[in-house]
Design a protein around this ligand. Structure first.
Ligand code: SF4
Length: 73
């Protein structure tokens, strides 16, 4: 898998379901609007971050490599 360089959460589609926080609590947190944001892009291994992105029911988590190319979804 390509190395994750950038994590973007599309807050307009995030529904606060929070599996991302459960899978990678070192990377994602929920704010007072119950929407996810990134607390540390390097707070977990890339495999865990990918797992968190895949766990999002609305695919709000977008992952990019160091060339700015989308890795997921
Ligand atoms: S899993 Fe997706 S919808 Fe749920 S809080 Fe995380 S980004 Fe938002």
């Amino acid at each position: 898998m390509a190395k994750i360089a950038k994590i973007y959460v599309d807050r307009s589609v995030c529904i606060g379901a929070a599996p991302c926080v459960a899978v990678a609590p070192g990377v994602f947190a929920l704010d007072e609007e119950n929407k996810a944001y990134v607390i540390d892009e390097h707070g977990a291994d890339d495999e865990i971050i990918l797992l968190a992105a895949k766990s999002c029911p609305v695919q709000a988590i977008h992952l990019f490599n160091e060339n700015g190319e989308k890795i997921f979804p």
